[in-house]
Design a protein around this ligand. Structure first.
Ligand code: NAD
Ligand code: TDX
Length: 354
């Protein structure tokens, strides 16, 4: 599969994937369809601007006419396009329903009509919900908690239904939390790096003891490439690095790399409905497709911090305009600070109001 349509390829994972795919497949060709919402950024693709194997189009995956025309030109579609931030979905879920659910349906319909050879849906571990012990596998029931997760679960069900009903060769990948270059600074790691660089507080939700399984974006891209070339239609593949970290420990590790004090960590009111722990079992993709994560946590974190340090201009531009309004509403205008961690020796956060 060399001619592919990537949607959402100006976002964090999509732009990393386009770069990964073209570097691994010299005869590859990518049509990149992206609406350029607040999260889409052509700067993420600047190094590919002159590559004749990459064609960028600004447009909406909900635009059926546009999508049908593009599907006719490719062998496979990989759908990264989404509203991807849980906190925004809690403020207003409408765009999540339009893009994540109906946009996926429009892409599936075009895949059906043009008999596209593969349709890869980039999904998330969040569709399974939270669990206190063990790990979810591909057959675990879907139990999404946030409006974002519910919209992604609905999209997964459409992929399943289009495979079952029309034989669309859909495959779902469900990945854990990604980190790495070009991530928009509304997500935990880039938000904390950019705040720490400016000596601003790091707003940690609740007690900060939630667990996430972190994977470097390049490992996720490698997994998607394996699935594109070797995955079985109708199947789902969990993608994770078995790398669980507590948010508090992650914040401390970042501050250590950046040489900033733990006192920058500030506990704030929890995210409503906050999932305590995500964990998935990636054995299936490891066994069937021989995929393994390659980037260690320590190396990945150092590389990522270095990338943000080397891209201060990118960060400044991304954080201007609408981002400032979002940040103010989300963090600065909330009178909910619980406490400050004063030293690295604090064992656990203290929840007394300051
Ligand atoms: P992102 O928010 O950085 O990028 C999303 C991209 O989609 C942006 O470029 C945006 O402009 C584009 N887009 C949004 N609505 C669109 C529309 N209607 N039509 C066309 N383009 C549109 O997101 P990300 O973190 O790169 O996530 C990519 C995908 O991976 C998403 O589907 C997300 O659910 C999934 N995922 C993300 C993570 C993670 O940790 N970030 C983990 C698992 C799965
Ligand atoms: O300011 C913050 N403070 C904080 O404590 C932010 C933004 C987050 N958090 C916590 C919430 C989570 O426990 O950090 C953890 C990670 O938060 P996010 O970066 O918002 O990611 P999460 O909600 O886990 O969802 C991510 O992983 C699954 C992606 O955003 C999703 O797109 C993906 O599907």
């Amino acid at each position: 599969m060399v001619r592919i349509l990537v949607t959402g390829g100006a976002g964090f994972i999509g732009s990393n994937f386009v770069r990964y795919f073209l570097s691994r497949h010299p005869d590859g060709f990518v049509v990149n369809l992206d609406k350029l919402t607040y999260a889409g950024n052509l700067e993420n693709l600047a190094d590919l601007e002159k590559d004749p194997r990459h064609e960028f189009l600004q447009g909406d995956i909900c635009d059926a006419g546009l999508v049908k025309g593009l599907a006719a030109r490719v062998e496979a579609i990989i759908n990264f396009a989404a509203e991807s931030h849980v906190d925004r979905s809690i403020l207003d879920a409408s765009s999540f329903l339009a893009t994540n659910i109906d946009g996926t349906r429009v892409l599936l319909e075009a895949s059906r009509q043009h008999k596209v050879h593969r349709f890869i849906q980039i999904s998330t571990d969040e569709v399974y919900g939270s669990l206190s012990a063990g790990a979810f596998h591909e057959a675990s029931p879907l139990a999404p908690s946030s409006p974002y997760a519910a919209s992604k679960a609905a999209a997964d069900l459409f992929v399943r239904a289009y495979h079952h009903t029309y034989g669309v060769p859909g495959i779902i990948t469900r990945c854990t939390n990604n980190y790495g270059p070009y991530q928009f600074p509304e997500k935990l790691i880039p938000l904390f790096i950019s705040n720490a660089l400016e000596h601003k507080p790091l707003p940690l939700y609740g007690d900060g003891l939630q667990l996430r399984d972190w994977i470097h974006v390049e490992d996720h891209c490698a997994a998607i490439d394996r699935v594109l070339h070797g995955g079985r239609p109708g199947e789902t593949y969990n993608v994770g690095a078995r790398n669980e970290r507590r948010n508090l420990d992650l914040a401390r590790a970042l501050l250590k790399i950046l040489g900033r004090p733990d006192s920058l960590i500030q506990l704030v009111t929890d995210r409503p409905g906050h999932d305590r722990r995500y964990a998935i079992d990636p054995t299936k993709i490891e066994r069937e497709l021989g995929w393994r994560p390659r980037v260690s946590w320590e190396e990945g974190m150092h590389q990522t911090v270095q990338w943000y340090l080397g891209h201060r201009d990118w960060l400044d531009r991304v954080r201007s305009g609408a981002y400032r309004t979002y940040y103010r509403a989300m963090y600065e205008e909330r009178d909910d600070t619980l406490s400050n961690l004063t030293s690295a020796s604090s064992v656990e956060p203290n929840r007394e109001r300051v």
